[in-house]
Design a protein around this ligand. Sequence first.
Ligand SMILES: [Zn+2]
Length: 99
Amino acid sequence: MVKPMEGLIEEIRSAYATIGIRVELPVTYGTYYQLACGRCAAFLGVVGDKLLPGQIRTILSEQLDLYTAGLLGCPCGYQKEQVKAVDPGQFLSAAVPDH
Ligand SMILES: [Zn+2]
């Protein structure tokens, strides 16, 4: 049996990897994970693991425009570059294993 939390953090990790963000080690008892720029490793915040399956991609897909506009992400511009290559529909559909 796969532990739900491990599956979920892998899902979060892969969703963030798509837009050029690394999910690092947990900061508070496995509840929050640090986010770091995939290129320069700058600290970009934290993400909680109390999400529902599929939710992280929904959240991130709503933020894609903000990353494109440079309002979110690292000042080095790495996420902006990565997000340009992301197809929002495809990004979102990768979210839902079997609904
Ligand atoms: Zn950066």
